[in-house]
Design a protein around this ligand. Structure first.
Ligand SMILES: NC(=O)C1=CN([C@@H]2O[C@H](COP(=O)(O)OP(=O)(O)OC[C@H]3O[C@@H](n4cnc5c(N)ncnc54)[C@H](O)[C@@H]3O)[C@@H](O)[C@H]2O)C=CC1
Ligand SMILES: O=C(O)[C@H]1O[C@H](OP(=O)(O)OP(=O)(O)OC[C@H]2O[C@@H](n3ccc(=O)[nH]c3=O)[C@H](O)[C@@H]2O)[C@H](O)[C@@H](O)[C@@H]1O
Length: 485
């Protein structure tokens, strides 16, 4: 793995042929599968406390859906990629240990609702400390608050094993779900932060060499620990800020007759702004944007920067406004009530090409509609009803699910006798449907609310739909009267 070893005692005793990762989730699984594929000379062990998750990784039905992942796992599993619950055993065996456990928002106590909950991280660190009988390089792969490495160092060293030295590196992950394998194969950059002393620089070089097996050297950045930790939070905050900014403008478009797609295109051609990540939507979701911004807000407050905290808090607040605004639009348009009306929901995942529903905007929209009495029939190609129900439970949202929340095997069944179709996830398949046929099966007037702006709205109005989208004035049906049934 290394071209040459360092000279220190630490450097000389690090064994480099085995790597472990604690946490076999959306990040740990795909990231380690990529390392195994690109570095056949390294044995990679992915560890998790969840028996069921590890069993799934070892089966034909992987625990997460990610395009391209199956092939890489099939190629490497059993060769140099291993999934196991033997966390302590493999922590002993491996000197290079990534930690990719979940770091959700704290739900109680100091900083509840904002600060990152590092309990899982602390447990992982304690596990490493207890099982280490030689030097270890511990790599923060999870997204953590800036200065977490200092806390981790204290936990690791508290066991007072004089011969065991730990070096902590930061290596945040920038992959997006749905494109994880492509992002890992060709990252915009790999970011590595480490201590500035000799062993820190040795460890950093070791990790650079791992990535250099497939990532061009100029894309591998090295910084100090704190810059690396903070850059991850800032990257997510900037990305989410773009969405909240264009969503805020979409509300103004709806009032003024401007079209947000045209505005996004016009501003995106300015090379300083750029065209990406300017799709106005029903709101951003996913496990990270909200939690990472709240974490940033909490950090700013803790460091005595209330104005900076308030600035970033607005990004999350605007996202809430957008989800509520969209739902209010639905209810307003449908004569101010959706009580007992069947509504077809297309998509429950937080974005296309993933089965992940964490913080999905669909949860808020569906909850608000059910509060108003709507009967929802949901179709999502990759999400199960049980998973959606778990999402409601996780957020302590209670409804009469047996009467108001139905799951359908296809879009057509969801649409039958419905008053409206809501597009909440931008699955490509939703673009190819025969909406003319759908409209025939629906109650009239037939409403369509495109929360992702993915359909041809003029065509839908010609077919006979009343179309509402994001950041555009609504379109009434343009179908001839005799065509309206
Ligand atoms: N999901 C994503 O797209 C991205 C996530 N991240 C960050 O990566 C981190 C992990 O995220 P995900 O992979 O989505 O989480 P996840 O929840 O899918 O996976 C975490 C896994 O860690 C396991 N775990 C927890 N404590 C453990 C312990 N003590 N020992 C062994 N296993 C343990 C859990 O059982 C779970 O399977 C988070 O900090 C997140 O912010 C960063 C970039 C992208
Ligand atoms: O830290 C993380 O977890 C990851 O968070 C995001 O990745 P992800 O949440 O998987 O997906 P995105 O493509 O960023 O989409 C997030 C949300 O924003 C929405 N979105 C995205 C882009 C856009 O223009 N408009 C918009 O509404 C998506 O539909 C989705 O709900 C970042 O893009 C990754 O770089 C980062 O590593």
């Amino acid at each position: 793995m290394m071209n040459g070893h360092g000279d220190s005692v630490f450097a000389k005793s690090i064994r480099t042929s085995k790597v472990a990762c604690i946490g076999a989730g959306y990040v740990g699984g795909p990231t380690m599968a990529t390392i195994a594929q690109r570095c056949p000379h390294i044995q990679v062990y992915v560890l998790d406390i969840s028996q069921s998750r590890i069993a799934a990784w070892n089966s034909d039905q992987l625990p997460i859906y990610e395009p391209g992942l199956d092939d890489v796992v099939k190629e490497c599993r059993g060769r140099n990629l291993h999934f196991t619950t033997d966390v302590s055993g493999m922590v002993k065996e491996c000197d290079i240990i990534f930690v990719s456990v979940n770091t959700p928002t704290k739900t109680r106590g100091l900083g509840a609702g904002r600060a990152a909950d590092l309990a899982t991280w602390e447990l992982a660190a304690r596990c490493i400390a207890e099982n280490a009988d030689g030097p270890k390089i511990v790599i923060e792969k999870s997204t953590v608050p800036v200065r977490t490495a200092a806390a981790v160092q204290r936990v690791l060293e508290a066991n007072e094993k004089p011969d065991v030295k730990f070096v902590i590196l930061s290596n945040p992950e920038f992959l997006a779900e749905g494109t994880a394998m492509k992002d890992l194969e060709k990252p915009d950059r790999v970011l590595l932060g480490g201590p500035e002393d000799e062993d820190g620089q040795f460890a950093l070089k070791l990790l650079v060499d791992v990535y250099a097996n497939w990532v061009p050297r100029e894309k591998i950045l090295t910084t100090n620990l704190w810059s690396s930790e903070l850059s991850k939070l800032v990257a997510n905050a900037f990305l989410a800020q773009r969405i909240s900014s264009i969503n805020a403008i979409s509300m103004l478009c709806e009032k003024t007759g401007a079209n947000v797609k045209e505005v996004a295109h016009a501003i995106g051609l300015d090379s300083r702004i750029g065209p990406k990540f300017l799709n106005a939507s029903v709101g951003f979701g996913g496990s990270c944007f909200q939690k990472d911004i709240l974490n940033l807000v909490y950090l700013c407050e803790s460091f005595g920067l209330p104005q900076v905290a308030a600035y970033w808090q607005q990004v999350v607040d605007m996202n809430e406004v957008q989800k509520h605004n969209f739902t209010r639009k639905v209810i307003d348009a449908m004569f101010n009530t959706v009580n007992r009306k069947k509504i077809a929901i297309f998509g429950f995942a937080f974005k296309k090409d993933t089965g992940d529903t964490r913080e999905t905007p669909a949860l808020t929209v569906c909850s608000l509609l059910m509060s108003d009495g709507a009967i929802l029939h949901v179709y999502d190609p990759k999400v199960t009803r049980e998973q959606a129900l778990q999402e409601f439970r996780d957020h302590r949202l209670e409804f009469d699910f047996e009467k108001q929340f139905f799951w359908e095997e296809d879009a057509e069944s969801a649409v039958q006798d419905s008053h409206a179709i809501l597009i909440l996830t931008e699955w490509d398949a939703f673009k190819g449907y025969d909406y003319s046929l759908f409209r025939k099966r629906m109650r009239k007037p037939a409403f369509l609310f495109d929360g992702r702006n993915i359909l041809d709205h003029d065509k839908l109005a010609d077919i006979g739909f009343e179309v509402h989208s994001i950041g555009k004035p609504p379109l009434r049906s343009r179908a001839p009267i005799n065509n309206s049934h």
